[in-house]
Ligand binder design. Structure first.
Ligand SMILES: Cc1ncc(COP(=O)(O)O)c(C=O)c1O
Length: 319
């Protein structure tokens, strides 16, 4: 490895309070956007690559392929560049242009799928393309973040430790679910340590992960049009679904009220905190994981025309 990762440098301890976010309890963010690849996904990317290397599946100069809506692709491109592996990323039009350019700048080949699958999303179409590539060239390695135990394992080993040993056990912990790697890894840590923390899993309305019907979604990061294999609902966490309109309103509220430009999924988990406010007792400590920052969303969440076209003019209003 030719580079060192931010969370090894102690940046995993980037916790920030949002004073008076909801009166009566304190709300804190765990900011994951300071990793060199700009998001929490660096942890999963590195763990999956290093696991495959240790298993002998990945050898020097191997080619990898992965389906990603953005951040995992950037993170994998970063890890592969540092380790000398070739990488093909399969993404879709929901991934923003900046992310795709970021991946290409790090040396990855990027394929953008435009055909929607039967659920109305792109995930199945992306996975079908991967199967075709693997059938043509069996030496290509698919790490498959939706199945790979190193994905939740990374969060068991890093994110959870940073939270419970660095910040201290919060009363409530809000975690967004995309692949559900973060959620599953941290939940496993809580199960093993018997911490009293209540976990709230947060997803976007229109995602099928929690069992709801599929629906159109615009914001990358959370949600899936096909249930991730690593997701397991053992009944130990609450589940909240958030409408994307509320995600947009929350991101814009935080930007204007706290001067903090967050990524979409961070707005979603904060909208869930607000939705759960009546269940959270006074004096509680609430921690929400903020998977990335907002600079990649300037042309979407923070663009009035983009927001108005999808959610109506009221969604640009300040709350
Ligand atoms: C911005 C953002 N938020 C949240 C997530 C979800 O994380 P996980 O895949 O660990 O569920 C992702 C995953 O790609 C992401 O990019």
């Amino acid at each position: 490895m030719r580079t060192q990762w931010a969370y090894e440098l102690g940046w995993g301890q980037a916790f920030l309070e949002l004073p008076d976010f909801v009166p009566g309890f304190s709300t804190h963010l765990k900011l994951e956007g300071f990793n060199p690849a700009g998001s929490v996904k660096l942890k999963a990317a590195r763990a999956m690559v290093e696991n495959a290397e240790a298993d002998g599946v990945l050898k020097p100069g191997s080619r990898l392929i992965e389906s990603t809506s953005g951040n995992l692709g950037i993170a994998l491109a970063s890890v592969c560049a540092a380790k000398g592996h070739r990488l093909t990323l399969v993404t879709d039009p929901n991934a923003n242009e900046h992310s795709v350019r970021f991946m290409r700048a790090l040396g990855a080949e990027v394929v953008v799928i435009t055909a929607r699958d039967s659920n109305g999303g792109f995930l199945q179409s992306r996975i079908e393309l991967i199967h075709r590539v693997l059938a043509e060239d069996p030496s290509v390695v698919w790490l498959n973040q939706y199945v790979n135990p190193a994905n939740p394992g990374a969060h068991l080993d890093t994110t959870a430790v940073e939270i419970f040993q660095g910040f201290g056990a919060p009363d409530w912990l809000f975690i967004g679910a995309g692949t559900s790697g973060t959620l599953m890894g941290v939940t496993e840590y809580v199960r093993r340590t018997r911490a009293a923390t209540r976990i709230v899993a947060v997803d976007t309305l229109g995602s099928v992960t929690f069992g709801g019907p599929p629906g159109r979604r615009w914001i990358p990061g959370l949600g899936a049009s096909r249930r991730p294999e690593i997701f397991e609902d053992d009944g130990s966490f609450d589940k909240v679904l958030v409408e994307e309109r509320d995600t947009v309103l929350m991101c814009r509220h935080i930007a204007r009220s706290y001067g903090l430009l967050l990524g979409g999924s961070s707005g979603t988990v904060l909208a869930a905190v607000r939705a759960m406010r009546d269940s959270i007792s006074s004096g509680s400590t609430v921690l929400a994981i903020a998977p990335d920052l907002g600079d990649r969303y300037l042309d979407s969440l923070y663009d009035d025309d983009w927001v108005t076209a999808r959610f109506g003019p009221a969604a640009t209003a300040l709350t």
